[in-house]
Design a protein around this ligand. Structure first.
Ligand SMILES: Cc1ncc(COP(=O)(O)O)c(C=O)c1O
Length: 380
């Protein structure tokens, strides 16, 4: 086991010294000295008079979320097939992914700080979501996306008013390009380099806890950077720290076999792993050589007693078919990986307890051409 480090050190290990240093920002007014430090215990966790992530304003690092598009409050649905399974459907967010929680918070923060120019590297969802919120705040957003980003997402970035630059063959190239070439005066709000985003995504944990009245035994989430997974863990860890629950769920990290730096690092007792050659995959939102929140995600697996599951694209196709044909949910192809992981490991996962939640991170409508290749159009 590597020596224990503070979470701030993990973060530096992961994102490198050029990442935006959140600790330099004046966000201490809520007892908040680092975006990954836990907030002090709130008097009440949620405000019943508010909606979306604003319900949790007392534990978010902004004074107000001026512009909400209805992000959050996504349904937690009972599986039609497995009695121990619930599905948190993040595809129901305004632009179809959990990224809207992060964007709502990040753009509210940007507005408070008076930032006018933002830049983001993204495989698509974070950019298109950020572009929409930025437009409404009158903030410019430049999006650096890899050449293989699906057409639907690219079109949405442009329709929402983002300036897009296709840079590099994969997400990692776009990410490094932006670190090296951040335009003067711009703030880099990329996941992994701007961890305030996590504070938006952590609200997924609060909602699950509110809906269930307790925490589940395990949460299964797919990971590219590992930010969503680490943020959800962070939300549960805060609930535990504040005494709302006495345990955190085992976090299960789903990645693509061979393109799974977090799962490989976890297995080898390392914090970070960077891969050279990875297999091609249609899971554009999670396929990874380098996960820029690797150490935080590994920390979440270790602390929660969870583990990694790596799946192939063929298994993801079966997961997709299950999701659509038996659960009535249309996930993004990458998001269908969690259904694949569950189907491939039902017995192992059942041993963790009777209440399992899988996170459907994104909506398949943006990729309908791709999905239709794998779905049976025949009826019953
Ligand atoms: C739909 C979807 N699912 C999962 C992920 C992976 O999230 P993270 O990079 O936080 O691990 C992304 C990232 O873009 C995404 O768009």
């Amino acid at each position: 086991m590597p020596s224990a480090k503070s979470l701030v050190e993990y973060e530096e290990l992961t994102t490198g010294s050029r990442a935006f240093d959140m600790r330099s920002l004046p966000i201490a007014r809520k007892g908040y000295d680092s975006c990954i430090a836990h907030m002090p215990k709130p008097e009440r966790l949620f405000d019943v008079g508010k909606h979306g992530i604003s319900r949790y304003l007392s534990v978010l690092p902004v004074g107000e979320i001026l512009i909400s598009l209805g992000e959050g409050e996504t349904p937690l649905i009972q599986s039609k097939v497995f009695s121990n399974l619930l599905i948190k459907n993040e595809g129901m967010n305004p632009t179809g992914s959990f990224k809207d929680r992060e964007s709502a918070l990040t753009l509210a923060y940007a507005q408070e700080q008076g930032w006018k120019e933002l830049a983001i590297a993204s495989s698509g969802n974070a950019a298109l979501s950020g572009a929409l919120y930025a437009r409404l705040y009158g903030i410019h957003m430049t999006c650096y996306i890899p050449k293989n980003t699906s057409k639907g997402k690219l079109q949405m970035i442009e329709l929402f008013g983002g300036r897009s630059h296709e840079v590099g063959q994969d997400y990692e190239e776009s990410y490094h390009y932006l670190l090296d070439n951040l335009p003067t005066g711009s703030i880099n709000i990329t996941s992994g380099a701007f961890s305030l985003r996590s504070e938006g995504a952590k609200t997924i944990a609060y909602e699950i806890w509110e809906d269930m009245g307790s925490v589940p035994d395990a949460v299964i989430c797919c990971a590219g950077n590992g930010s969503a997974l680490a943020s959800i863990y962070h939300g549960f860890a805060e609930l535990k720290e504040w005494g709302f629950t006495d345990k955190v769920p085992a976090m299960i990290c789903v990645q693509i076999k061979g393109a799974d730096p977090i799962n490989q690092a976890w297995k080898r007792d390392e914090w970070i792993r960077v891969l050279d050659d990875i297999p091609a995959s249609e899971c554009e939102a999670i396929v990874a050589k380098e996960s820029f929140c690797c150490a935080k995600a590994v920390h979440a697996l270790r602390e929660s007693g969870g583990f990694g599951i790596s799946v192939t694209d063929d298994q993801v196709i079966s997961g997709l078919q299950h999701a659509v044909e038996r659960e009535g949910i249309l996930p993004e192809f990458s998001s269908a990986s969690v259904f694949a992981a569950f189907l491939e490991n039902t017995e192992r996962i059942a041993k963790l307890g009777e209440k399992i939640v899988i996170i459907n991170t994104g909506n398949g409508l943006k990729e309908i051409d791709l999905l239709s290749k794998f779905l049976n159009s025949s009826g019953l």
